[in-house]
Write a protein that binds this ligand. Structure first.
Ligand SMILES: [Mg+2]
Length: 389
């Protein structure tokens, strides 16, 4: 079997004003996603996606990766990952046994590699007539989920988080900054309201999206200790691993991070510096199935558990699900609560989310078929997805 073409489509969903949410960086006015299709000479097509700037990922795939993939065997996923990462240095990399990467290998390039890699695994599953999580070696057939949202201001945070629990979730995540903006006092008021509303037996997580500095993160971490927070996510910038280790040492609240990290090498740095309790690689950012399963194995060697980041696209939801079902140190799956039809309405088949669990698809590959009317419903709209206010 040979790859005959690689195509990219871009989609957008403009969020109606009344359904927008605000995170630490502003109001989310639009969701974008891209769909990569890897075509083969035997009629099997794989789909994938990556997170990042859609136009630049599209151009990296079309002008940099596509030509190097055409004619290759799509089932040789390790070879093709190495080829995409090392470019013309693939042959010496494979001959010597260590990677000789090209420059420009992070950022949107890695997201483009991730998108193609997900599509290659989809092809391999379709050839073998097996769901990807079984190809990788299934650890389970369903996974406990947590509701990921929590933007309501002040005391309203209690009702919002309790509403997620009423849907059957046994864990929920809220944002450190709500619609009322950020101060430590505002954040603690919202965390306290959430804990009071859900009682002591539900896990509550708090996400700061890397928005704080070290001293603010330490203060907030200490202040949230009485509310039994299951993890404090991305307290500070992903560019400051030693600072994150400081935050971790200063509070008893476990530290989670990883959605802004690329490759096993970034995660090795976090693990070596003892900066993290829960790793959160995003399969569409950190490098696809091929790389993220290495990251999860690396974390397991440090006895660190994993809760992969899952946000923004139905293809990523499906890919994250297969990854999580296959890796023993993944213990919970993120299910976003923001309004985004690009997650739940781009496939013909619904995701099986029941009573706070996500259940496996047993169909081959990723297991989901794209809807026919995507271009009409989700025409791409250029421009920023977020406005600061
Ligand atoms: Mg996050």
């Amino acid at each position: 079997m040979k790859i005959t073409d690689v195509r990219v489509r871009l989609l957008s969903y403009v969020v109606p004003p009344e359904r927008r949410h605000r995170n630490d960086y502003g109001w989310v006015v639009k969701h974008d996603t891209l769909i990569v299709e890897v075509l083969t000479d035997e009629g099997i097509t794989g789909i994938g996606t990556g997170i990042g700037r859609p136009e630049s990922i599209k151009s990296i795939i079309e002008y940099q990766l596509r030509e190097s993939l055409i004619g290759e065997d799509p089932t040789q996923v390790e070879r093709l990952w190495t080829k995409m990462y090392a470019g013309s240095r693939m042959e010496p990399s494979l001959a010597r046994g260590y990677l000789l990467p090209i420059s420009g290998r992070r950022g949107d390039t890695l997201c483009a590699i991730a998108a193609v890699d997900i599509a290659l695994w989809d092809i391999w599953g379709k050839i073998l007539n097996q769901p990807i999580y079984r190809l990788l070696g299934a650890a389970r057939t369903c996974i406990r989920a947590y509701a990921s949202g929590g933007w309501a201001p002040g005391a309203e945070a209690g009702d919002e988080i309790a509403g997620y629990i009423a849907k059957g979730y046994t864990a929920a995540k809220m944002r450190a900054e709500g619609r009322d903006g950020f101060t430590i006092e505002k954040s603690i008021r919202r965390i306290a309201a959430a804990r009071e509303a859900i009682g002591p037996n539900v896990e509550l997580m708090v996400d700061a999206h890397g928005s704080l500095d070290v001293s603010t993160a330490v203060q907030l971490g200490k202040r949230m200790e009485p509310y039994d927070v299951a993890w404090f996510e991305e307290p500070i910038s992903p560019d400051n691993h030693s600072g994150l280790a400081e935050v971790r040492r200063a509070t008893i609240v476990p530290i989670a991070t990883g959605e802004s990290e690329f490759t096993r090498f970034d995660f090795l740095s976090l693990l070596e510096q003892r900066a993290v309790d829960v790793v959160q690689p995003d399969i569409g950012i950190a490098g696809g199935f091929t790389e993220v399963r290495r990251i999860l194995a690396l974390a397991s060697a440090y006895n660190v558990k994993a809760a992969p980041h899952n946000w923004g696209s139905g293809i990523l939801f499906a890919a994250s699900m297969h990854l999580i079902l296959s890796a023993p140190n993944c213990y919970i799956m993120e299910v976003g609560q923001a309004h985004n039809p690009l997650i739940h309405e781009i496939f013909q088949e619904p995701f099986a989310i029941r009573d706070g669990f996500v259940y496996a698809s047993e169909r081959p590959g990723l297991g989901y078929t794209l809807a026919d009317d995507l271009e009409e419903r989700f025409a791409f709209v250029p421009g920023p997805t977020m406005v600061y206010a």
